[in-house]
Design a protein around this ligand. Structure first.
Ligand code: NAD
Ligand code: ZN
Length: 358
């Protein structure tokens, strides 16, 4: 691998309350001949007012994405397959929703031009052709999926992203108004994904000034909304949407750490979702991130949310081993968190003890 990461970024960014209404104008020059734009919309918005504001024209299609489970390769293949069958090709894919919908939109865009199954491209730089034009419109802030070069998918054998230079969006629309009605728990779990990205990046061995600049800003914004303000208002949504963006930029040049590495094991075995899974783990990371863990607990208390406990109770040795294998497989995360000698620090026994505490 080359010494310095040379990463592809999102091409265009628009930010502001109400910027969603500029979508028609944004899409217009990207409409090709007679082929449609496909709007992949989080199923939460079915029947909601936002749906009426989608600038549908001609053969354009709105598909409601089922995000009950985090995106699977089979679901991506199904959507892309049906679109190819119905239209041959499309002008673009526009994802409107949380991190799951963002990832689905990126993956479907790539699968419109790449042969085979999305499972064939889970890994690093395996995608062969640029996808169709793709737009990300987050309605839930925290994952940073709007800026990242990956799309996390659960495949037949692993949970891993299609990580490539073709993966980032061509355009993102950051309109904090869209995040106005997220339930408190969900907003907290996904918001904490951003907070945890910051802690893991800022305390990591991969840190450089680029990551630090974005990570510190994102952390400051998280503290403002989750600790300093007493009520959640529009300004909180404005800030958290920018925190998500900056947190994503921070990890673009570093890596996540212990909470994510352990949470991936939970997701694989128990299907625990990304946001809440990270919170479950962060609750027990005093040894690795003492200040971050203490501050996280303050945020939990202030937001009055429940972090599930005891989720690993009664699991068998084999099940613990599965989680340990998945987690220890995330080598760059551990190396970022604990340094080059991480394998001496995070032994299987130690990791098992940590899982037993969750
Ligand atoms: P999500 O997209 O899974 O959505 C969670 C819930 O919130 C869903 O029920 C959804 O319908 C609902 N929701 C979304 N917007 C809403 C709104 N405005 N009002 C009310 N409800 C709304 O949650 P998430 O935490 O944003 O995303 C998690 C996913 O992101 C995981 O699949 C994870 O793997 C992925 N992820 C990807 C990256 C990346 O870089 N690609 C990074 C982190 C996480
Ligand atoms: Zn995350």
């Amino acid at each position: 691998m080359s010494k310095f990461r040379n990463f592809k970024m999102v091409d265009y960014v628009i930010y502001g309350r109400g910027s969603f209404d500029q979508l028609d104008e944004i899409l217009s020059p990207n409409r090709k001949d007679n082929s449609p734009m496909i709007f992949l919309v989080d199923h939460f918005f079915k029947g909601k007012a936002l749906t009426e504001r989608i600038p549908v024209q001609g053969k354009d299609k709105v598909i409601f994405a089922d995000v009950t489970y985090e995106p699977k390769t089979t679901y991506v293949d199904k959507i892309a397959g049906e679109l190819k069958e119905e239209f041959g090709t499309v002008s673009g894919v526009i994802g409107i929703g949380g991190g799951s919908t963002m990832d689905l939109a990126k993956a479907v865009s790539l699968m419109m031009t790449n042969p085979g199954s999305s499972a064939d491209y889970q890994g690093w730089d395996l995608v062969r052709f640029p996808g169709v034009y793709k737009v990300g419109i987050p309605t839930l802030s925290g994952t940073g999926a709007e800026v990242s070069r990956t799309t996390v998918l659960t495949g037949p054998t692993r949970k891993l992203g299609m990580n490539s230079d073709f993966t980032p969006f061509n355009q993102i629309v950051l309109d904090p108004e869209l995040a106005a009605n997220v339930p408190v728990n969900q907003r907290f779990y996904t918001g904490m994904d951003c907070y945890i990205h910051c802690i893991e990046s800022l305390q990591g061995t991969y840190l450089n000034e680029f990551s630090k600049s974005y990570g510190e800003k994102a952390l400051e914004l998280c503290r403002e909304v989750f600790l300093e303000k007493n009520t959640w208002d529009n300004e909180s949504d404005d800030k958290l949407m920018m925190a998500s963006y900056a947190g994503g930029m921070s990890i673009a040049y570093s890596q996540v750490g212990v909470a994510h590495a352990v949470s991936y094991g939970l997701a694989f075995l128990l299907g625990t979702k990304h946001g809440v899974g990270n919170c479950i783990v962060m609750n027990h990371l005093e040894e690795y991130y003492p200040e971050g863990t203490a501050e996280f607990k303050q945020m939990v208390e202030k937001s009055k949310v429940e972090i599930p406990q005891g989720i690993c109770k009664g699991l068998s040795d084999e099940e613990f081993d599965t989680m340990i294998n998945v987690s220890l497989g995330m080598k760059p995360l551990w190396e970022n968190a604990l340094g080059k000698d991480w394998e001496k620090i995070m032994t299987r026994v130690k990791l098992r003890e940590l899982y037993e505490r969750l």
